[in-house]
Every structure is written in C-alpha cells, then in structure tokens.
Write a new protein. Structure first.
Length: 256
C-alpha cells in the first residue's frame, strides 16, 4: 500500500497542522508497471535516488551520491546531456520526480524518446504544487521549493515554469487539501510508447502568457489543476482494476 509521511503536533502560533503527505513511490503503481516488463528486458531508471524501481537494470542520474548506491550507474544530466546509449536501446524507462526539477525537461523528454521504446514518467501534480503544505510544515510556500516546472497530463505532457509569482496567487486551501487526501491527486502519471507528445508553455511576447498579465498565467494553472484532478481519478481506476484482477479497458495513464 502507499506509504504516508505524517507531520503531527507541529504548531505555529495557534495553528495545529495535521496533514498526510504522499511522497514515496506507490507500490500498487509499481506492480502495475511491472506487468509491462518481460524477462530479459532492458529497463532504465532515471534519477533513482534511494528508492529504486525493482525492475530497473540500468541507472542514470546527475548525483554523485547515487553512483555509490548502484553498480550499473552512469552519471548523466538529462537536462543537457545526451543519454549515452543507442536509439531505442531500452525496452522500458521509469523516472519519478525528476523532470519537474531539471533546467530543461524538454531536452530530457527528447532523449528519453530517442533511447527508450516505452515507459512511465511521474511528476508531482499541479494540485500539490499549488498547496502551501505539500512540503512546508507551516505553509510558508506553495508546493515543493526546489521544483522548477508545473507538469500535467492532458493526453500530452505539459511543462510550464513555476515562477515566484505563484506565491501571490490565492487558491482555495480547503479544496486543495481535500483533493490531496487522495494519494493519486499528488502525482502526474504519464505513460508512452515510441514517442512522447509534449508541450512547453512559454512566457514572453507572442507566447501563451505574460507575467505582467497575471490572469493569463493563473488561467493556465487553474486548467492544469482541473486536469490533474481528472487524471488522478482516471489513473486510480486503472490501478484499482489491475489490483483487483479486473479487465482494464485502457492500460495507459492518459485521460481519454
């Protein structure tokens, strides 16, 4: 079952904060993904950290600490480096909570597409990135402090820079907290085969939004939150059906 990270009894003034965070890999999702992998498949994990994917056979990442944990590990910054393997070398790729933190996730996606036949990419949901208690104990900032991008899945993988202006936007805290009681609303799951369709939502003249017109930025974030909520329910149903041995109408994480 999913692991819970709890902070209880922490206080700031009269505020008693009792929230559950879902930061760890979901074991139900990992079991589902393993059903896509055959014996002898080459399985790449990008950014394994300390909780690696059980079926991974090869690892890449940009942290020296990871090199000490895994034998078959190659240093590679997927935000700027070429993944040092031939085209379509890997049968499956797994990457969790990496792309949102890179300087150039679009480059990473292109390299993943080049080297991998299919796979699963997971990022935090836009819902979590807008919530003041996703990481902070006391609601000091929204989402995860070190993340650079919002990511959401509406049939394609979307990236938009998480500008500091996010701290000026007022969200319905109660509604966000209610949504995030469900662990599947914490994640943006994305599965692909052969190619990854993606979009970079950019800031600037003749682009999708300008921060001096804040409404354009907020409009995209609100859309991403709505999509993330729909996506969470869709993927949760897939995992539940798989866990219960039911027939799965679609095996992909995208909302239809």
């Amino acid at each position: 079952m999913t692991k819970e990270t709890k902070f209880t009894g922490l206080k700031k003034g009269s505020q008693d904060i009792r929230y559950v965070r879902y930061w760890e890999p979901y074991l139900e999702v990992q079991k589902y993904l393993e059903s896509f992998i055959k014996p002898g498949d080459k399985v790449l994990e990008i950014g394994p950290g300390e909780n690696s994917f059980p079926k991974a056979t090869c690892y890449i990442g940009s942290a020296e600490e990871e090199r000490k944990l895994y034998d078959n590990f190659t240093l590679c910054d997927v935000a700027q480096d070429r993944i040092p393997f031939p085209d379509k070398h890997f049968d499956f790729v797994y990457s969790r909570h990496v792309l949102e933190d890179t300087l150039n996730p679009m480059h990473a996606v292109r390299e993943i597409t080049r080297t991998c036949k299919k796979g699963y990419l997971e990022m935090p949901s836009t819902i979590a990135e807008c919530w003041e208690f996703a990481e902070s104990h006391f609601g000091d900032y929204k989402g995860f402090l070190h993340h650079r991008y919002f990511c959401w899945n509406d049939g394609q993988l979307n990236f938009m820079a998480k500008f500091p202006y996010i701290e000026k936007i007022t969200f319905n805290k109660t509604k966000l907290a209610e949504m995030l009681k469900d662990p599947f609303n914490w994640i943006t799951p994305f599965m692909f085969e052969d190619t990854i369709k993606y979009k970079h939502h950019e800031h600037g003249w003749n682009k999708e939004f300008m921060l001096n017109d804040a409404n354009s930025y907020v409009k995209i974030i609100n859309h991403a939150v709505t999509v993330s909520y729909m996506q969470g329910g869709h993927f949760k149903k897939i995992i539940q059906d798989f866990t219960e041995g039911k027939e799965i109408r679609t095996r992909h994480a995208q909302v239809e």
